[in-house]
Design a protein. Sequence first.
Length: 77
Amino acid sequence: MESLTLQPIQKVSGTVNLPGSKSVSNRALLLAALAEGTTTLTNLLDSDDIRHMLNALTNLALSISYLTTKLNVWSKV
């Protein structure tokens, strides 16, 4: 079996448009929490599960601001 070793990525930037679903929204929030700096998420699904995830992330000292359909997540990772 052949193996492939990937080197760590230094920086990723861009825009991804995904459908609003609970699992995609929660994954996007987790990735934003792990990213360094500010991540802007738009059209995040509005549901109880997403609000619970946002509450958990703020309890972990992440800064989150809401602007109608935009959500900014500041991480210090």
